[in-house]
Design a protein around this ligand. Structure first.
Ligand SMILES: NC(=O)c1ccc[n+]([C@@H]2O[C@H](COP(=O)([O-])OP(=O)(O)OC[C@H]3O[C@@H](n4cnc5c(N)ncnc54)[C@H](O)[C@@H]3O)[C@@H](O)[C@H]2O)c1
Length: 379
């Protein structure tokens, strides 16, 4: 740290490339580096960001004592091992999803966090989307009434993605379909029952031995709530969506059909004189506000895609497409940075991340046991 500011390195510049400008412009980051095994990829980025330092590999990053924090956006099977290595090197670690693909690896990350005293954050995009902010505000203001039920989904065909995706058990990457449900529940998932559905081509079963292209689960929360969630990964014709539905006693929120469609809010008129059967309902398609104002001003422009008008960040969202993953990227970086500067836990710390990730790991285990309830360990 230097004068209350930090030095960070971003590792993995595929999807990770989307975070380069955000890290580069964060006002609490005095120096920023990038690292990719594909040197050409890093050099390409450096052309537009002449001040960034290029690191050849993760070892080079870990042996640089001036680096305070590392953001990993590398391949799924490497997340846990690399996270432990970063923490053991005495650096704060942010990692893209999922945290790990086994309960043992989650435990190893816990141990490394305890031993190092450093921060860990899972960079779960769904928890900082326009939609999540919107529905959270509706719940917290009391507008929705009692929270009665939630439904999550992540439909995405992953054919021809990098090799480690081939045949992945759907709920090993179930974080987008699970995280918002836990975040809004105010509780933790304590048990899960899941069924696998459909059949997989044999070539897709080679790496992980997973027979299911789709998994669908019931989550039980410690506070008694229940939710339903579905993840499809292969051989299933469905347009991409990381969706969320939240049903309250007064209002409900449902994501549109496709990922980029505006949500629908249903209002139940609890005060109506009941003439016939059931209370009257009203539905409206709602536009999402842009939640930019809690961010440093230098990052406001990254909450929208397309053209940005500095005099009106809200209108900028209406004019152009939303930024990647519904405006979440800059919030993620800012939360991680501020947790370090303010010396507090980030919101998606190892405890929250473990519940999200373990619920998915246990869901797949349940699917392999024909829907048997599986207890999600409390870390
Ligand atoms: N919404 C989200 O949160 C979201 C979206 C997309 C991807 N992801 C996650 O991001 C990760 C990366 O996805 P991707 O599509 O970019 O994957 P990818 O395999 O296409 O790219 C990974 C990049 O990391 C580099 N890399 C791998 N290991 C490295 C190492 N040890 N040191 C330096 N560089 C290394 C590779 O060279 C490559 O450029 C995945 O784990 C995926 O789960 C999350």
């Amino acid at each position: 740290m230097k004068n209350g500011k930090m030095k960070a390195v971003l590792v993995g510049l595929g999807f990770g490339g989307a975070f380069v400008p955000i890290w580069n412009d964060h006002p609490d980051v005095y120096a920023f580096g990038i690292c990719d095994l594909d040197a050409g990829r890093a050099e390409e980025f450096a052309k537009n960001y002449p001040d960034v330092q290029i690191y050849r590999d993760l070892d080079m990053v870990l042996s640089d004592e001036s680096v305070d924090a590392v953001h990993l956006v590398t391949c799924i099977p490497d997340h846990a091992g690399q996270t432990v290595a970063v923490l053991n090197a005495g650096k704060h670690c942010a990692c893209t999803v999922p945290m790990a693909t086994s309960l043992e690896d989650i435990r190893a990350i816990f141990q490394a966090v305890r031993k190092s005293g450093k921060k860990y954050m899972m960079m779960e995009t769904t928890l900082y989307t326009y939609q999540y902010f919107y529905v959270k505000q509706m719940l917290e203001s009391g507008e929705m009434g009692k929270l009665q039920f939630m439904r999550g989904s992540h439909y995405q065909d992953m054919e021809n993605w990098p090799r480690y995706w081939n045949g992945l058990p759907p709920f090993w990457y179930g974080t987008h379909a699970i995280a918002p449900l836990i975040g809004l529940s105010g509780s933790r998932v304590d048990r899960v029952s899941c069924l696998g559905s459909g059949t997989m081509r044999t070539d897709l079963m080679k790496t992980y031995g997973n027979p299911f292209p789709v998994e669908t689960a019931h989550l039980h929360f410690a506070n008694g709530l229940a939710a339903e969630t579905t993840r499809s990964l292969f051989e299933t014709a469905r347009i991409y969506k990381e969706g969320l539905a939240v049903f309250g006693s007064h209002k409900s929120f449902e994501w549109g059909f496709a990922d980029w469609d505006n949500p629908i809010v249903t209002t139940l008129d609890n005060d109506a004189e009941v003439a016939g059967r059931g209370l009257p309902t009203r539905c409206e398609v709602v536009e999402m506000p842009n939640y930019y104002s809690d961010l440093p001003e230098a990052l406001w422009k990254y909450t929208v895609g397309g053209q940005y008008d500095a005099t009106n960040p809200q209108e900028s969202l209406k004019k152009g497409a939303g930024a990647g993953h519904h405006g979440s990227h800059s919030h993620l970086v800012n939360e991680f940075v501020r947790s370090i500067i303010d010396d507090r836990k980030p919101w998606i710390d190892e405890v929250f991340a473990a519940n999200i990730t373990a619920a998915g790991i246990c869901a797949h285990e349940s699917a392999l046991r024909d829907g048997e309830w599986v207890t999600v360990p409390e870390f």
